[in-house]
Design a protein around this ligand. Structure first.
Ligand SMILES: CC(C)(COP(=O)(O)OP(=O)(O)OC[C@H]1O[C@@H](n2cnc3c(N)ncnc32)[C@H](O)[C@@H]1OP(=O)(O)O)[C@@H](O)C(=O)NCCC(=O)NCCS
Length: 216
């Protein structure tokens, strides 16, 4: 059995049964091999995406303490200790899996303005126990409205397809979280009701464009 702690698609911790546990071990082994030697730094026109370090804790905690930033997820203000615990988990996750959350900084000033990540998302439900890779993003309140997280998410999604060879990426949000849903649309996701909770949640899905197998 594998026990994950931290927030995974809205579930704080979950235990995987024998079937998923085996799948998970194989998945991690494959991902680690695929990512060996891959530098986890991505640059876009305005942004740098790189692994978090513990020294980012204070800025990160200030960012996630704004009520507009925690309103939909997690839905309450986290304590400094909770932010620290999650940061430790997320740094370890990137190291263990080769994918995870990356800190997003402005190239011009170097300021840490948010994060964007590809994360393992397992739903502990007998009907939908399907492993997915979820695109997740969060931006400090003062940087909203400039297309910055869309820029980060587009680059990270492309990285997921090109480097990690992902077949599809999903993103989940409450229906009321229209800004998140806006990002899903802007990165080209098909947005539909989340099968886990169609009344309250939406899910964006983007698939890798199949490479042609025909030759001229
Ligand atoms: C989700 C979140 C990151 C979206 O932030 P955002 O600023 O709306 O998204 P973007 O950075 O892509 O900016 C898009 C806005 O900038 C505008 N914009 C300006 N220049 C742009 C450009 N070059 N490209 C794209 N959009 C641009 C867009 O028109 C859009 O404007 P709007 O605010 O009028 O809709 C932010 O609301 C957030 O952190 N929320 C809290 C955390 C959260 O809920 N995360 C998701 C959990 S599921």
């Amino acid at each position: 059995m594998v026990r994950l702690s931290g927030r995974v698609n809205g579930i704080t911790s979950l235990t995987l049964g024998p079937h998923l546990s085996e799948w998970y071990a194989q998945y991690i082994a494959k991902k680690r091999t695929a990512c060996e030697g891959t530098m986890q730094v991505i640059e876009t026109e305005r942004l740098t995406l790189r692994p978090f370090a513990m020294e980012n804790l204070d800025v990160l905690h200030r960012m996630v303490s704004h009520p507009d930033v925690w309103q939909y997820d997690p839905g309450y203000e986290r304590s400094w200790d909770e932010t620290r615990e999650l940061l430790v988990f997320r740094i370890g996750e990137l190291h263990r899996h080769g994918i995870g959350r990356l800190a997003v900084s402005l190239k011009q000033t170097g300021a840490l303005i948010g994060y964007c990540g590809l994360q393992l998302c397992l739903v502990d439900d007998p009907t939908y126990a399907t492993p997915e890779i979820e695109l997740f993003f969060r931006l400090a309140r003062e940087y909203w409205g400039q297309g910055l997280i869309t820029e980060a998410a587009q680059a990270l999604g492309q990285h997921g397809f090109d480097t990690h060879k992902l077949r599809r990426i999903v993103s989940c949000a409450q229906r009321a979280n229209t800004r998140s849903i806006g990002v899903m649309h802007r990165v080209g996701m098909r947005v539909e009701a989340d099968p886990m909770d169609p009344e309250h949640r939406m899910m964006g899905v983007i698939e890798r464009v199949a490479r042609s197998t025909t030759t001229a």
